[in-house]
Ligand binder design. Structure first.
Ligand SMILES: NC(=O)c1ccc[n+]([C@@H]2O[C@H](COP(=O)([O-])OP(=O)(O)OC[C@H]3O[C@@H](n4cnc5c(N)ncnc54)[C@H](O)[C@@H]3O)[C@@H](O)[C@H]2O)c1
Length: 550
């Protein structure tokens, strides 16, 4: 069924209040920004917003009629119950893709999905917190900036970043590289995705010939001019060829949908017109497709290791390419690091993570006014002030206007209170504040967010569950628990949340609690793992940890 879902803009409510209306608009916003809207697929392989269209309609109807003291329960994209709770309790609770650990494999998941019992929620797809490619762009910008500072002592000027995948998340890479003044060559097998990124302003040029693309980026590197090129091709074929041909990029990474060998990654040699054949093989002979996909990921990952041997900086960008290659028999797949231990962990230690907000009436002015407020509140934060001016200059609005800024413990509550005050004083319309599940205290993912934890607690999944429980207790408006986002079923447990700023004093109280507990548990998680920055922060602030003496 084809549907063209667009977010309702303006201040007319279809629901009983802004809390419910906000959640409904966020669901619609997911669809408006979806990679494959007709299949309810938002991003990240098959990350969906609802199990099917019947469930989608039932969710919309449930939200429209939901009372101020009622809570709607979503089980893997299906609305399954509404209970009376408290007016201060969450209006929506979501659990997506969760399986009992022993059965938590793609194989079992797919069997259950075929029976219509579950769906893959990725991170922000099934939790209705996706804000388009812009949602990931600051994280991607920060990661490349941290990479440049660590390895090149500056930005990426005169450096080439070679990567793969221009999907919902991966599509942020070209712009994030050029924002860091570098040159990006991104290999993508689906021409439509390249066109989409170019139309949205995330990528500069398209090439269908790899040699021409290499010439273009080499020239831009030599001239030290920022440039991004999306080249049509398949990473599993092109990456090994580029190694052999002596191409030497400065940085190599990947954001193809490697976490899903059947419905995400496309095996070697299929690209452009032959993608149709890959899709046929996927349906007719999934076993053969998976075999080819796994073998291709092995070749792809091996090429990245070869680039590393030849001197490129190589890091995994959170899609489990290394894990898949290891499964396919590449024993040294993990010889290059993941991006979290390499660049992001120090930020997680102080509760710094992807704080995001959306203008619910659809007015971009609201975001520009909050930008000003952020610049006034955090003038010393060079990364943040740089980011806001870059974002205003380069980022297109996608769906509801939104902004993302990485903020730390203390800062999130402080800034959220200002936003709610601006709503109260009618300076701006209502705002929903949310974040990626990829955050300080809300994920257990040993191949990504919790890779190489200091105390070896990588696979301990209690923290994201406590995070979700705590955010319910603290008064978030929606709380979600998922399995498998980013890296695939069985490999991660993570949680998300939303607080709707309707300008009321009651929301001030929710904000004070949720935006303290949410990053606070991230600090506690890292203090527990023995990170000094976190322990020092605990000693300096009001975070109380029974086993740490102040
Ligand atoms: N690092 C992060 O912060 C982060 C965040 C979210 C998601 N992810 C992970 O990154 C990956 C990409 O996410 P997305 O939302 O962009 O997914 P997506 O499914 O929207 O896009 C993936 C893209 O990769 C392309 N592709 C697949 N196989 C290919 C191949 N062999 N060669 C070239 N292109 C190929 C597809 O055509 C598609 O355009 C996923 O595995 C996701 O879980 C990482």
């Amino acid at each position: 069924m084809t549907r063209d879902v667009k977010v309702q803009r303006g201040s007319t409510l279809r629901c009983k209040g802004w809390k419910q209306e906000a959640i409904l608009r966020m669901l619609e916003n997911n669809l408006e920004n979806a990679e494959i809207p007709e299949k309810l697929i938002i991003y990240g392989g098959t990350g969906k917003a609802a199990r099917n269209w019947k469930c989608y309609d039932a969710i919309v109807s449930a939200l429209t009629n939901l009372g101020h003291d009622e809570t709607l329960l979503i089980q893997s994209g299906k609305p399954v119950a509404i209970f009376q709770t408290w007016s201060t309790a969450p209006r929506v609770l979501i659990a997506n893709s969760n399986l009992v650990p022993h059965w938590s494999t793609w194989e079992k998941f797919r069997q259950l999905e075929q029976l219509g019992l579950t769906m893959y929620g990725q991170m922000t797809a099934g939790s209705w917190c996706y804000i388009g490619t812009q949602g990931i762009i600051q994280g991607t910008y920060e990661t490349f900036a941290a990479c440049a500072r660590k390895h090149f002592k500056s930005d990426l000027r005169g450096k080439i970043v070679l990567t793969g995948g221009l999907g919902g998340m991966g599509g942020a890479q070209p712009l994030a590289v050029t924002m860091n003044h570098g040159v990006c060559l991104a290999v993508e097998c689906d021409e439509k995705r390249i066109d989409r990124r170019i139309n949205a302003g995330f990528c500069d040029k398209k090439e269908t010939d790899i040699d021409k693309a290499v010439d273009l980026v080499t020239q831009a590197r030599d001239e030290k001019t920022p440039l991004s090129v999306g080249v049509l091709g398949n990473c599993a074929s092109i990456m090994p060829e580029l190694v052999k041909d002596g191409f030497r990029p400065d940085v190599v990474t990947d954001q193809t949908s490697a976490h899903d060998e059947l419905n995400g990654y496309v095996p070697a040699d299929y690209y452009g017109r032959s993608l149709k054949q890959a899709n046929e093989l996927r349906t007719k002979n999934p076993k053969k497709y998976i075999q080819q996909s796994m073998e291709s990921m092995k070749q792809h990952c091996k090429a990245l290791l070869d680039f590393q041997k030849k001197g490129s900086i190589v890091f995994d960008y959170g899609n489990n390419l290394r894990g898949q290659a290891l499964k396919a028999g590449l024993k040294n797949a993990f010889e290059y690091p993941g991006f979290v231990p390499a660049y992001i962990r120090p930020m997680f230690c102080v509760g710094r993570g992807p704080f995001r907000w959306l203008a619910l009436t659809g007015n971009p002015e609201d975001i520009l006014k909050t930008d000003k407020a952020a610049l006034k509140m955090f003038p010393e934060d060079i990364v943040l002030t740089n980011w806001i001016s870059l974002a205003e200059k380069h980022l297109p609005w996608e769906g509801l206007p939104a902004r993302v800024c990485w903020l730390g413990y203390g800062e999130r509550a402080q800034f959220a209170l200002i936003i709610n005050k601006m709503v109260r004083e009618k300076e701006i319309g209502p705002i929903a504040i949310t974040r990626d599940h990829l955050d300080s205290g809300s994920v257990a993912s040993p191949y990504r967010e919790t890779e190489s934890m200091r105390d070896k607690s990588d696979a301990i999944a209690d923290w994201p569950l406590l995070n979700a429980l705590l955010n319910c207790a603290a008064g978030a408006d929606s709380v979600q628990i998922h399995n498998g986002g980013g890296v695939g079923i069985g490999l991660s447990t993570h949680a998300g949340m939303v607080v709707v700023c309707d300008g009321t004093k009651e929301t001030d109280e929710r904000i004070k609690r949720v935006f303290t507990t949410d990053p606070g548990i991230g600090v506690a998680r890292h203090a527990d793992a023995g990170y000094k920055e976190s322990i020092d922060l605990v000693k300096k602030t009001d975070i109380r940890i029974p086993m740490i003496k102040k």
